[in-house]
Design a protein around this ligand. Structure first.
Ligand code: FES
Length: 571
């Protein structure tokens, strides 16, 4: 073993005792205590990230995926070794899963770098897990394959098809408006999420799976396979073999994640009606490779990328339908004229080679053609203006076109607590044409940018049939939500952005055509308000919360920690 040059498998990354031969001898001795033969210990190692957790329903199937990845690695002649990382279950975390995304990325990066492996298979699924894993893996820089747990199947209830979580929101809005009673909402609760897997619509988890396939980081055709489909287990087996093949070919994640593959991923994000969260995550992943994503470039791509996929929350279908309709492969084939085809994928082929076979099945009822798209432009648009000097995001595909060019009166909520206390107050001074504004819910706030940007319609308006209003905040929105919701306003209110200076009654102008979001208040008035406004509360005294507050960046930097980016802005 001491002759390996360069060292591979368990001989990599030796523990530092000041005596490498001793370290190697001790490691192999301990490894043998696990009952692994000397022949197996001499093989290249594929690490398998096991993010199973009973606090993460979306990762229920991870153990069987790990077993299948191991089969694939063994059959290809490698030694598979699984290891745990933290897991992020979207609805089980306080204050929000985004708060922990960078922590999971650090765990993933350091365990890949610190342990002896030649390649790694990442198994993730729920919203923040895939971004965290890709961010960490980019920083670690090994041959890497992403595998996802896959989406849930839909359920049937009273003749209706239900899937988490666009339908969750639809029924909750009906309950709030008094249209359905408590017994009905209890029944719905039991029928929204009935299988293992991630949310059944084009929410953040499905978007990030699709984006990962478009980046070339997942095996072709694997993003949309339902969690409980046998193909999902076969995909896991193939992912194990692919990771080993990448190691043998000397191809790392940095050969796959490049400026051109990032643009491909943005195209796909825009064409699938993807989640607003994905722009934050993709920016963070790219930042780990030293690649900047500009929101102005996003707008250019959005102008020339139509929405093709008819999935909830912007359309009608569910992820299982996308899989049956041809999956992300079919989307990529439709987008082919717009893509960089020379990008390498984890299969070892380029994207162009993958797409060279044009006669594959596609159901155009679910995946429209480039000539007859669902919408002529991409699903996301970035806005700039005096209210958002560094940008904001709107999912125009999920918004109401009649609200695109409007000026409204601000009804301001200064925090999440203020929102929950007053939004349903019968005395609240609010009209359907007003703009609801939420402050202090951005990355620098105590609430750490929760998915609270989908402000509820005030109950007294909801009961009169109002279904959408312009809502503006520095928060995020679940990928499963919809409405005319302006998000990620930057700089956020807690770090001194103009959003924190908005007061009840101010006029705000929204223009999607001009990509503008402007606060129509005199500079002198704003300057005087600024003097009287206090910003974020003091930094937490200790622990990860302290690190978060010290290092968190704004949305246009992907809410990464500055020191984790390849090119930090601070030195
Ligand atoms: Fe995990 Fe929706 S709760 S993807």
């Amino acid at each position: 073993m001491s002759d390996q040059n360069p060292p591979f498998g368990l001989a990599r990354n030796l523990t530092n005792y000041g005596d490498p031969d001793f370290a190697r001898y001790l490691r192999f001795s301990m490894a043998k205590s696990m009952g692994i033969s000397r022949a197996s210990l001499a093989k290249p190692v594929v690490g398998i990230v096991n993010s199973f957790s009973e606090f993460n329903n979306c990762h229920r199937t991870v153990p069987e995926l790990v077993a299948a990845v191991k089969r694939g690695v063994l059959a290809a002649g490698g030694l598979p070794l699984e290891f745990p990382t933290i897991s992020l279950g979207e609805v089980f975390l306080n204050p929000t899963s985004l708060f922990f995304r960078n922590l999971m990325s650090m765990d993933t990066e350091e365990m890949i770098k610190g342990q002896p492996m030649d390649a790694v298979v990442l198994i993730g699924g729920c919203d923040k897990t895939v971004p965290a894993q890709l961010m960490g893996a980019v920083s670690a820089g090994l041959p890497t394959v992403q595998l996802v747990t896959g989406p849930m199947m839909t359920a049937r209830w009273h003749g209706e098809r239900l899937g988490a979580c666009t339908d969750c929101r639809r029924f909750w809005a009906q309950f709030r408006a008094g249209a359905i009673d408590e017994k009905t909402i209890d029944e719905v609760e039991g029928n929204l999420a009935t299988t293992a897997g991630t949310c059944a619509v084009m929410g953040t988890a499905s978007t990030m799976a699709s984006v990962a396939e478009a980046l070339g980081m997942m095996l072709p055709g694997t993003a949309a396979i339902p969690a409980v489909h046998a193909d999902r287990i076969r995909a896991a087996e193939a992912s194990g073999a692919a990771a080993l093949a990448l190691a043998r070919a000397g191809k790392t994640i940095l050969d796959i994640i490049t400026p051109r593959s990032i643009e491909n991923a943005l195209r796909v994000l825009l064409a699938i009606g993807g989640s607003t969260n994905a722009i934050i995550h993709l920016t963070a992943i790219a930042g780990r490779a030293g690649i900047d994503i500009s929101l102005h470039r996003l707008n250019e791509l959005s102008d020339t990328t139509p929405v093709l996929v008819d999935l909830k929350p912007t359309g009608s279908f569910y992820m299982e339908d996308l899989h049956a309709a041809g999956g992300i492969g079919a989307v990529l084939r439709e987008l082919k004229p717009l893509l960089h085809l020379d990008c390498l994928t984890v299969s070892g082929n380029t994207l162009g080679e993958r797409l060279s076979c044009l006669d594959q099945y596609v159901d155009h009822g679910v995946i429209r053609s480039l000539r007859e798209p669902l919408q002529p432009q991409g699903c996301l648009v970035a806005l700039f203006g005096t209210l958002a000097p560094d940008g904001a995001i709107l999912k125009r595909a999920a918004a109401s076109p009649q609200l695109f060019e409007t000026t409204g009166r601000a009804v301001v909520f200064s925090s999440l607590q203020d929102l929950s206390q007053r939004i349903d107050d019968p005395e609240l001074d609010v009209l359907p044409e007003d703009f609801l504004v939420l402050q202090n819910a951005g990355p620098f706030s105590e609430s750490a940018m929760p998915e609270a940007g989908y402000l509820p319609i005030p109950q007294k308006l909801g009961r009169t049939g109002v279904k959408d209003m312009v809502r503006i905040s520095d928060a995020r929105m679940s990928g499963t939500a919809y409405g005319t919701v302006v998000l990620h306003v930057s700089p956020d209110a807690s770090s001194g952005g103009p959003l924190g200076l908005v007061r009840n009654g101010d006029r705000i102008r929204l223009s999607i055509k001009e990509r503008r979001l402007d606060l129509l208040v005199d500079d002198a008035v704003l300057a005087s308000r600024r003097q009287k406004t206090s910003h974020a509360s003091p930094a937490p005294a200790r622990g990860y919360a302290r690190l978060y507050r010290r290092e968190i960046m704004q949305a246009q930097y992907g809410c990464d920690f500055d020191f984790l980016r390849k090119n930090p802005t601070r030195t």
